[in-house]
Design a protein around this ligand. Structure first.
Ligand SMILES: Cc1cc2nc3c(=O)[nH]c(=O)nc-3n(C[C@H](O)[C@H](O)[C@H](O)COP(=O)(O)OP(=O)(O)OC[C@H]3O[C@@H](n4cnc5c(N)ncnc54)[C@H](O)[C@@H]3O)c2cc1C
Length: 441
């Protein structure tokens, strides 16, 4: 029996009602009646749309089903950090588990993912308000500085010239806040996620992919080497299947998925446009994307229209009340980290679902023992670049061009007691909050 692990609020329009990024206004048709396709794709975020685009450009008949409209999920409501990431395991542990060659291949994939997005923006004429030469990690405590130094050395080993910024230099870099120093890693850039996902959907449709909005796959049945997907008003029969539902997946759809992903809420506040004097009062003038060193990190950037975007995780309740509490918490955090902006209005606030794996790695590989069926998911809150890249890999798999993906393709472990896995988040978040300490530095 299909089952979602959060309350209905997390899957409703209410959670994104105050999102600053508009949804695409194209009139995508719903699936109506029975139709056949070569590759069926479930989910219209970066993963599914990138797969659809790549397949269609290669002349493959691909049909995408999206429960709402393309970009409705995390892809149309994220922070727009197009950056290195996708896992929570970390480079040292990855090297230990998979060996140096696989770790190197994974790093190459992460860089390739950023380049892929850059290339998609350029080749499809998508103006996504890009800015920021890489990102800055800011120490929320003095005792984090040795870790930043070790990370700088790690990046040097990868051929990346990361720069340590001592606390007394932060203001000169336009990075004034309650921080103890920073590490600038010149990898990645920021974009407007709504414009990127809209551009991707438009490009996929122009390339020939059939995109159906308001067409949730309610069931997936495998018979006689075909997949049958039933939607409220239609039925799609496909030879091959790609599942790209990430944090918006449903346990039991299909059975293999149950317990192999753990959705977690991420939230964003956006201020009204700030005046020159408000910006200089805080001393945060950089256009770099940034995040702090907490376990429950804050991520932030000054948008090109001079609003400040401020994101955080750490709420487990998915309800209007939970949203109100998280908004208040984030207002307090914003005031603590950027005191000059304590009273600035924040007219936008929304939340969405990211997804984690039990083994803290992203996934791109088969759906269990099913033939000709693949899934891509669990980017640990960093799916702008990695999700787009995984979409291309899934398309390659569907075209029989499977490349070796030592990190992504493995047996994806289930969380123990899958039905209760959301309850693991309560102690984990409380523990992280305790370790991180209060938001004031
Ligand atoms: C608030 C927030 C901030 C974030 N910030 C960043 C960031 O700055 N940088 C970064 O790299 N990542 C960020 N992320 C994560 C990133 O947005 C995701 O990793 C990425 O968008 C995942 O893309 P996806 O296509 O796999 O899934 P999604 O974009 O979530 O798309 C899944 C889609 O599947 C659809 N769906 C589900 N079930 C069905 C079904 N049965 N039938 C049809 N359709 C279905 C859903 O409606 C949804 O649209 C953030 C996420 C959130 C929520």
């Amino acid at each position: 029996m299909p089952r979602r692990i959060y309350e209905g609020y997390a899957y409703s329009d209410a959670a994104r009602a105050e999102c600053i990024w508009p949804l695409p206004d194209q009139n995508w048709p719903a699936l109506d009646g029975e139709t056949t396709t070569d590759v069926a794709i479930i989910g219209g975020g970066y993963t599914g749309l990138s797969a659809a685009l790549h397949l269609a450009k290669s002349g493959v008949d691909a049909t995408l089903l999206e429960a709402h409209v393309p970009g409705w999920g995390a892809s149309g409501r994220n922070g727009g950090f197009c950056c290195i990431g996708g896992d929570k395991m970390g480079p040292g542990a990855i090297r230990k588990r998979f060996g140096p060659d696989a770790a190197q291949a994974y790093f190459t994939a992460q860089r390739g993912a950023i380049d892929l997005v850059k290339d998609l923006l350029a080749t499809n004429d998508i103006d996504a308000d890009t800015h920021s030469n890489g990102e800055v990690q800011l120490a929320h405590r003095a005792n984090v500085l040795p870790t930043l130094r070790a990370e700088r050395d790690h990046w040097a080993g990868c051929g990346i010239d990361a720069t340590l910024i001592p606390q007394q230099e932060l203001a000169n870099h336009g990075l004034s806040g309650t921080f103890y120093g920073g590490l600038h890693v010149p990898l990645g850039f920021a974009l407007n996620p709504g414009k990127f996902v809209t551009g991707l959907a438009t490009a996929a449709a122009h390339a020939g992919a059939r995109i159906h909005a308001h067409s949730p796959a309610l069931s997936i049945t495998q018979t006689n080497g075909r997949y049958r997907l039933d939607t409220p008003n239609g039925r799609l029969i496909a030879r091959k299947l790609i599942l790209a539902t990430n944090g918006y997946g449903t346990d039991g759809l299909p059975d293999w998925l149950t317990g192999r992903y753990l959705p977690l809420q991420s939230n964003i506040l956006v201020t009204r446009p700030l005046s020159d004097s408000e910006i200089s009062a805080q001393g945060w003038t950089t256009d770099l994307m940034a995040y702090d060193s907490r376990n429950l990190l804050h991520y932030f950037r000054l948008l090109p229209d001079r609003r400040f975007l401020f994101g955080a995780r750490g709420n487990v309740r998915a309800s209007a009340q939970g949203q109100t509490e998280m908004r208040a918490r984030m207002r307090r955090d914003l005031a603590a980290l950027f005191p000059a902006w304590a009273k600035i209005e924040t007219p936008y606030f929304w939340s969405g679902l990211i997804s984690l794996s039990r083994d803290l790695l992203p996934y791109a590989g088969p759906i269990g023992a099913w033939e000709n069926a693949w899934a891509g998911m669990n980017y640990h809150g960093n799916g702008v670049a990695m999700g787009t890249w995984v979409g291309v890999r899934l398309a390659d798999m569907a075209m029989g061009r499977s490349s070796a993906l030592p990190i992504h393709t493995r047996t994806l472990p289930r969380f123990p007691l899958p039905g209760l896995r959301r309850s693991y988040l309560y102690p984990a978040i409380l523990g992280y909050r305790w370790k991180d300490g209060p938001p004031t530095a």
